[in-house]
Design a binder for this molecule. Sequence first.
Ligand code: NIG
Ligand code: FE
Length: 413
Amino acid sequence: MKILIENIKTIVGANPRPQEKLSGKEMSTLPCIHNAWLSTENGLISGMGEMKDGLPAKAGFDKVIDASGKFVFPSWCDSHTHIVYAGSREGEFVDRIKGLSYEEIARNGGGILNSAERLNKTSEDELFDSAMHRLNEITSYGTGAVEIKSGYGLSVEGELKMLRVIKKLKAHSPLTIKANFLGAHAMPTKYKQNRQEYIDLIINEMLPVIAKEKLADYCDVFCDRGFYTVEETDAILQAGLKYGLQPKIHANELDYSGGIQVGVKNNALSVDHLEFTGDAEIDCLLKSKTMPTLLPSTAFFLGLHYPPARKMIDASLPIALATDYNPGSSPSGKMAFILSLACVKMKMLPEEAINAATVNSAYAMGLSKTHGTITVGKKANLFITQPIPSYSFIPYSFGSDLIETTIINGKLV
Ligand code: NIG
Ligand code: FE
């Protein structure tokens, strides 16, 4: 299919020579083309330019779209989600309103263990259907690439079931999907007195099958107070690396857990959450290629303090943004709301937030060569807004649905 979009008010993130990631001051630069046209062919962006310089003949296209007054954005890249799950957890939401904390709920067998109990009782087909529904939902919000974690199985069968569902989603959804193995998401109750037994199960029973069936691209651990220690995280990440799974982990959501350091030590592609990030963590990240990824809707939903995004960017770090879409700590996959939170609560500029949710979050999924900017030769994953006055209007008008048309792999969806 060949599509021509003409009279575009502004193409955002139109970068002819994109860097693989943007750090510090670079994050506030957002290349744009005004009064523009863009074409797609065979699933890729095939051309773009200013209207005044002339555009290709319309006769050669299957579809011509008039985007007068509208903006074209590269699709959001959501580099951290848990969208394969069973049931919902609004009971815990109400418990938190009444005063219980996320950690207290987890210690009482709720939280991740609650989702694991339900997931183990749910069939692969049901999990596939509900996750597919969520993928369609986030597609309508403008997301074009997504990372999905396991981690609600917490048993050999449960974890493999989740990863097989993700593999099937990859085959059936037009979105670009990366799978992350999170067997070490929580400690199942029956192993609480013998943690090593469960860790051995991850290393000796789960990882070999995952590698053999090519079920995961990355390996994750929830390295935090009350979850996995630094030593346990290190052992699991090194086992994953032996099977070619690069780390991409949960760290420092609940405390200065050492998670950032152990992630960097193991060459993690990203370390995610980072509510507890101080000078030592910033120094450690500055010496690495690891992408710090912030999930502000989790801080919003759990009432945590927000990660120090401003301090991190001012220290020359890159930042990626993602939704953490999951039933416990962030039951929403709406990237535009993440941008609003990033701007309002973490004082990121709209340009920084847009770059964090596109180029840098593409990097956090190993997709910078193909996703995250509007560049000839990259995947034609983009969306067209309703008529809006500026790109800052997206984070400004929080909660609004401003996307009119979504194109994935060069096809209208
Ligand atoms: O990213 N922090 C750990 N894991 C998830 C929460 C999962 C859950 O509560 O179900 C997160 O916030
Ligand atoms: Fe998460």
